[in-house]
Design a protein around this ligand. Structure first.
Ligand SMILES: [Zn+2]
Length: 190
């Protein structure tokens, strides 16, 4: 089977030239869909090649650095001399950080140009980290202001550098208020 699929260059050419003219109702013939067999999965295309880095930011100390890394879906891997290295938890992902302690004893963070190649970094993509949520819930419960500006300031006060957007904060606050409203109405109905 495989060898037969391999040698269909004529058929391929025919399909390529014919389909643009007649693409809407091109009759699908499975024999025409010949995928070249790749030895390496495409995900690992950067493996073995030196990664390119760009400056991402700074961190005051190793604790803050680790926290920031965690917020970006990375885990501490190694430190050599003044350098600290962080990798993605996902082994197939090429996103990583190389951090260097500078003479002012700040960590300079460099991230790979290559981004996360998956989207299960829940904290970044879908909203807030659990710590950020805790802070907001606490503010709601103690009847403090929860507009994006004060929430982001509260995060900064805790040394959180990787901040959500105003909209993410607003959405979360809204969700929480809806939740507590429901609870409240249930309580009244009893
Ligand atoms: Zn990743």
């Amino acid at each position: 089977m495989a060898t037969k699929d391999y040698c269909l260059p004529d058929k391929m050419n025919f399909v390529e030239s014919a389909s643009p003219l007649n693409s809407s109702n091109a009759s699908r013939n499975d024999n025409n869909i010949v995928q070249p067999i790749e030895k390496d999965p495409p995900v690992k295309n950067k493996r073995g090649m030196p990664s390119e880095y760009s400056h991402q930011g700074t961190a005051e100390d190793l604790g803050v650095l680790k926290l920031k890394a965690k917020e970006n879906g990375l885990t501490f891997k190694d430190s050599v001399g003044r350098n600290a290295y962080f990798d993605c938890k996902n082994a197939n992902c090429g996103y990583k950080w190389k951090c260097r302690l500078n003479d002012d004893l700040f960590y300079e963070i460099f991230e790979t140009i290559e981004e996360h190649n998956h989207d299960n970094i829940a904290a970044r993509k879908n909203g807030l980290t659990s710590r950020q949520k805790e802070i907001i819930i606490h503010r709601i419960n103690s009847l403090k202001a929860v507009n994006p500006k004060v929430c982001l300031q509260a995060f900064r006060n805790e040394g959180i550098r990787s901040l959500p957007t105003d909209l993410q904060v607003r959405n979360f606050v809204y969700q929480q208020k809806q939740k507590s409203k429901k609870k409240h109405t249930k309580a009244l109905q009893r």
